[in-house]
Every structure is written in structure tokens, then in C-alpha cells.
Design a binder for this molecule. Structure first.
Ligand SMILES: [Fe+2]
Length: 273
């Protein structure tokens, strides 16, 4: 049977790449160290496959057709389409069709209804963390694109359920694989709205604290606070998937820092297996 190798989470604000030269040196150093440390922890978990849970930033889907959840079952995924991601070192990323199809089939059996794609473009949401973690070898990637940017979005509780489901499905897969989960996005940021650029450090720190509290406290806090904390903050859903996969236990924070130059409260965390 496959083994769950661990859960990880990282922010992915575009300006981490696009405006990197404008980031003050001390923050650049901390971001670089945090991504590398997360990469070290991920590499130490020795995953053969990484399920990357990210929103799609209009790279595969648009308002006319935006699924709540899409699982990539292809042999191959395409690298990021954004021109400013052109230096990302992979134009294609190997998938794992057999595990991905197992996740799809089991999810349907368990009452989830993801859509499926045989070839996805993995935009900056997936690829900034993969790039900045500086992994020597990239595991095979099973993308799970979760709508965490455009209402209506899956509920926060549903995201935890997806995480718990992933854990169970990984452990029921007939094959010798180590499988990790990476949730990307958040923490607080605001894109294309009147509050663009705002970072809510207090919200971010309380969210981080509550990941070590009860799931009910965490969900209640987020349900109340998210509507006023910037649209990008909704991406914390992907952290909830990682949290659910790890069994809802508190994570080990790698670092948290608000970075005005990239307009994101940047968080990095790993969950113990
Ligand atoms: Fe995003």
C-alpha cells in the first residue's frame, strides 16, 4: 500500500517572482530561507508523488466553466503559462495517472464529485513553491486544482474533508509509493479589489495559532474573518486540505512574514506525519 509522506504549505504570491528585485534584502533572505527549509523538509519525506493543491488562476478555466475541484490524471502536466514564469525550469511536469485515477474513482465512491483533466497547465500557484523550494528532483505531480479564488467556493469544512479523504485514498492505493500533499496560497492578501495590497498580519497570526487548536475554532474564525481579509486570503482553503490530510494536527511553522513588496502575508509550514 502507498504511504502518506507528509503535508506542507507555502504562499505563492506572483510578485515573489515578478517583483523579486524590489523585495528588500532582509525579506528576500527570509523568504529564500523559508522556501529552502520547506524544500529540505519535503525532500526528507522522500515523496514519489506530490499532490499539489492550488487554485487555477484563470490558466485552465474561466468564469464560463470553473470547477470546484479538478484532478489532473494525465501522464504529463504543462509548466506555467505566465510569461513572467518563463524561467521556471520545467516546461512539462510528469504526472501519475494511476494514483490520480485512483483518487478520482475513490472520491466518486465517497460522495465527492471532482472534474477531471488529462492535461493541465500548472500556473504560478503550483510552480512558485516548486521552484523556490529548490528540490534536486521533482516528484511526480498530481494536481488538485481547488477553486479558492472565485465564489462560489467549496466550504471550509469541505476542504478539510477533502484532506481527510486524500489521506484515506493514498493509504488504500495498491502500490508502493510515498505520497505527500502540498497546499499553496494565502495567507492574507488582496488582488484587484479596493483593498489591494493590504496584509492583515493579526489575522494571519491568529489563523496560524488556530491550526493548533480545534478544527471548529479554526473554521469558525475563518468563516467570520475571511470576507474582510482580502480575496487572496480565501486560498487558506488549500492549507485546510493539507491539514485534513495530516489528521488535523497542528503544523510546525517554518516562518511567517508579511512582505509589503509582494503584498502577501507569507507563510510556510509542514505537518508531522
Ligand atoms: Fe493565488
Amino acid at each position: 500500500m502507498a504511504e502518506f509522506a507528509g503535508a506542507f504549505a507555502a504562499s505563492h504570491g506572483p510578485l515573489i517572482i515578478r517583483e523579486w528585485t524590489a523585495v528588500p534584502q532582509p525579506e528576500k533572505d527570509r523568504l529564500t530561507t523559508a522556501f529552502k527549509e520547506l524544500g529540505r523538509r519535503l525532500a526528507a519525506a522522500k515523496p514519489d508523488v506530490l499532490i499539489v493543491v492550488s487554485p487555477d488562476h484563470w490558466s485552465n478555466f474561466f468564469l464560463d466553466n470553473y470547477p470546484a475541484v479538478c484532478i489532473g490524471v494525465g501522464e504529463t502536466n504543462d509548466g506555467p503559462p505566465e510569461p513572467w514564469m518563463k524561467d521556471f525550469p520545467h516546461r512539462t511536469l510528469a504526472g501519475h495517472p494511476r494514483l490520480a485515477s485512483h483518487l478520482v474513482n475513490e472520491s466518486m465512491r465517497e460522495g465527492f464529485e471532482p472534474t477531471v483533466s488529462h492535461r493541465l497547465k500548472l500556473d504560478h500557484g503550483s510552480c512558485i513553491p516548486l521552484w523556490r523550494m529548490q528540490l534536486d528532483t521533482l516528484p511526480k505531480i498530481v494536481p488538485l486544482l481547488l477553486n479558492s479564488i472565485e465564489p462560489p467556493m467549496p466550504s471550509l469544512s469541505r476542504c478539510l474533508q477533502w484532506g481527510r479523504f486524500l489521506r484515506k485514498a493514498i493509504e488504500s492505493y495498491a502500490g508502493k509509493l510515498r505520497v505527500a500533499v502540498l497546499g499553496t496560497g494565502g495567507l492574507s492578501h488582496s488582488i484587484g479589489e479596493k483593498t489591494m495590497g493590504a496584509i492583515h498580519e493579526d489575522f494571519d497570526r491568529e489563523t496560524i495559532r488556530l491550526f493548533s487548536s480545534s478544527e471548529q475554532s479554526l473554521i469558525s474564525f475563518l468563516e467570520k474573518e475571511l470576507p474582510a481579509r482580502g480575496n487572496g486570503s480565501e486560498e487558506v482553503r488549500n492549507w485546510l486540505v493539507a491539514h485534513g490530510a495530516a489528521g488535523g494536527r497542528g503544523f510546525e511553522l517554518v516562518d511567517y512574514l508579511p512582505v509589503p513588496a509582494v503584498i502577501v502575508g507569507c507563510g510556510f509550514a509542514s505537518w508531522r506525519v
